[in-house]
Each structure stands twice: as C-alpha cells, then as structure tokens.
Write a protein that binds this ligand. Sequence first.
Ligand SMILES: [Zn+2]
Length: 153
Amino acid sequence: MPGKTQVPAVEGWFTLDADRPALLGSKCRTCGIVCFPRETSFCRNPACASREFDEIELSRTGTIWSFTDNRYQPPPPYVSPDPFEPYAIAAVELADEQMVVLGQLVPGTDITQLRAGQPVELVLGTLFSDDEHEYLVWKWQPIDDGTTAGATR
Ligand SMILES: [Zn+2]
C-alpha cells in the first residue's frame, strides 16, 4: 500500500514492530498479575490494592483454544471492508501468560485445517483502510507444529 501511513486501529494495545510485533500488557508491581489490555488504574486482583504497573510485551506465540469463522458483517461500530470479507477468529492462549486473547486469523486461513492446540504467532494485519491510512491490528498466523518462528520472511 504505497503512500499510506500505517497506524494502530487501537492505540496502545500492541507494538508496531513490523518484524516482531507484540501485544502490550501491564504487570502489577505488587502482585505480578498480568493484564491485557493494559491496566492503568486499579489492579484487577481483588486482594491487591496496587495502582502501579509496568508495561510489558506479551508472548508473541500461543496455542488456539477455540476458533470460528465469521461470515456475517458485524454491525457498526465495527468497520468492515466493503464488500465484506469473511474472516476467522480465534481465542488464543498465550504461551507464557496463559491468558486467552481473541484475534482475527490472517486472511486466507483455512479453518478446516485448524484444531485446538494449533500453535500460532502474532503478526500485524490491516483491519481497514481509508485514503491516507492503513489501520492495523494484531492477527494470528498458524505456524507448523514443532517449529519455532525463526526467519519466516
Ligand atoms: Zn496487583
């Protein structure tokens, strides 16, 4: 997309590192609980009164916990490409944090080939674009079993 500026569709939820994008979470300085999206006001641990958090990058890989495909255009405020293109979404359990994060699968993912436990890697993809900008979100890209994501591109 020459000439278009790439911007995050949601501010502060992930890094824009083209090679190694990562979700941004928060880690409580007192109890160590990790949250995504970032917590900035109160710790979600009911037993913890901390209001101080460190920003951390979450695991870039995980395993599929469940998935589905969406063949119907979501209502506003969801912004869809026109014409609407069906996409698959997955709930992915992050490798280290073991928290589940929803995201679209990369375009062209054949969900008949997916299964629970399938390893995936975080990549950036376009959610939608206008004349000047490409709005990016994280997407899950299936990776082969037994291989770690090395130099894939
Ligand atoms: Zn805490």
